[in-house]
Design a binder for this molecule. Structure first.
Ligand code: AMP
Length: 402
């Protein structure tokens, strides 16, 4: 995939429209996890050092295409200032007179944060008139919002057709990591997929079996596969109506030379809850009155042995009900094995999507993986093999605008 990076541009004196993903988790108006903001700092630093005037564009929440104070971005200016170490001023609309005035009034070195893009219907509709109004505010468009790249919105896709376009450093890091993990990986490649249900990850599984050497399944979805092979799962979470799908995935895997690895043992409980009495059973002996809530130690040992032979691992989804202790043990054990092998060198480890980041944070290994993506939906759609409109536009813009 070819695209321009901000390192390819001379940005001195240019007004840069920086599409960021500031859709951060909050509680009572306070940011509870600033990872997405912090990860934008290298791009902000680079643009500032180059002498660009930075105008930040983002969505926040799901307002219905009209101004709604509940979803205003104004509260974020102090958090950006704290994380990026620069003065941030707020513009009360993302287009029109107030946007232009906020940009014109900003002193050199000040960053302008414009109001929520989704206060205008034109954003999600990728409306050409709205896109042109946005484009009129700047000289260069920088997309650093990989986590919004699965949407073909005005600010994630449309702008690339109107202005010289570059990927920000976070976007570049995401795309490099993802390409190295699945598009042109060092082999053998292992994918670890956990989570509750296979029904939400069918396309991911269909795509992965064609691309990886080992597909390790954990979480509730492993039960569905085991059931589809004729096994008994007791009271475990199992999508029995998905058995046919699971068999189709297993047969595709066979044809493609991908080995599906199911848990060897399971941690089971009679009544689920924190510190619930539990016991480990071989996968084929889960008692009829118990449910499995985690993978057991033999599974971790066996998967680690295979992992030692691999050069690349891609991880999505927890292996057990990691939110409730001690049923995070399986996820933690395998996460530490991945982190240790990564540290030794020779293993590239990439993770992301949905609950994966919190599961790996809980295991205390996020910093020790090669790359952990902050993207949810975009990461999953990429794992499904779908083209992401925001990324496609970055490549296409090389021909149209740059
Ligand atoms: P997903 O969003 O599909 O990645 O699913 C994540 C959820 O799967 C987490 O909330 C886990 O608690 C849940 N989960 C993982 N393993 C199991 C299991 N064995 N039984 C039920 N839920 C599980």
């Amino acid at each position: 995939m070819k695209f321009k990076s901000i390192r390819d541009f001379d940005l001195k004196g240019k007004t840069v429209l920086l599409r960021a993903d500031l859709n951060v988790p909050t509680k009572n108006g306070v940011v509870t996890d600033s990872t997405r903001i912090d990860r934008l700092r290298p791009t902000v630093d680079h643009l500032a050092k180059q002498g660009a005037r930075i105008v930040v564009l983002s969505h926040f929440g799901r307002p219905k295409g009209a101004p709604d104070p509940e979803f205003s971005l104004s509260f974020l200016a102090p958090s950006l200032k704290e994380s990026w170490g620069v003065d941030v001023v707020f513009g009360s609309d993302c287009i029109g007179t107030s946007a232009r005035e906020a940009i014109a009034k900003a002193t050199p070195g000040q960053i302008v944060l414009l109001e929520n893009l989704r206060f205008h219907k034109g954003e999600e509709a990728n409306d050409p008139t709205f896109t042109k109004e946005l484009a009129a505010l700047g000289d260069v468009y920088v997309n650093d919002a990989f986590s919004a790249a699965h949407r073909a919105h005005a600010s994630t896709e449309g702008l690339a057709h109107h202005l010289p376009t570059a990927a920000g450093l976070l976007m570049e890091a995401e795309l490099t990591a993802l390409t190295n993990a699945l598009e042109s990986p060092k082999k053998p490649v292992m994918a670890i997929v956990g989570g509750a249900k296979i029904s939400t990850k069918l396309s991911v599984l269909h795509n992965l079996v064609r691309k990886v050497d080992y597909l390790v399944l954990g979480g509730g979805m492993a039960n569905t596969f085991f059931f589809a092979k004729g096994g008994e799962v007791g009271k475990s979470l199992c999508e029995k109506d998905m058995a046919e799908e699971a068999r189709a995935i297993m047969s595709e895997a066979d044809k493609a030379g991908c080995k599906i690895v199911l848990p060897a043992d399971r941690v089971c409980v009679r009544a689920f809850g924190p510190d619930a009495p539990n016991a480990v059973y071989p996968m084929d002996s889960v008692p009829a009155d118990m449910e499995s809530v985690d993978v057991g130690p033999e599974t971790i040992r066996a998967v680690t042995e295979i992992l030692k032979t691999c050069k690349t691992v891609l991880w999505n989804g927890p292996l057990g009900v990691f939110e409730v202790k001690p049923f995070d043990s399986g996820t933690n054990g395998l996460a530490r094995a991945v982190a240790d092998l990564t540290a030794k060198g020779g293993l590239l480890s990439v993770a992301g999507g949905g609950d994966t980041v919190s599961a790996l944070e809980n295991a205390g290994v996020c910093e020790r993986f090669s790359y952990v993506s902050t993207a949810g939906g975009a990461f999953l759609e990429w794992m499904e093999g779908k083209p992401l409109p925001g990324v496609a536009a970055l490549s296409a813009s090389q021909r149209t605008a740059a």
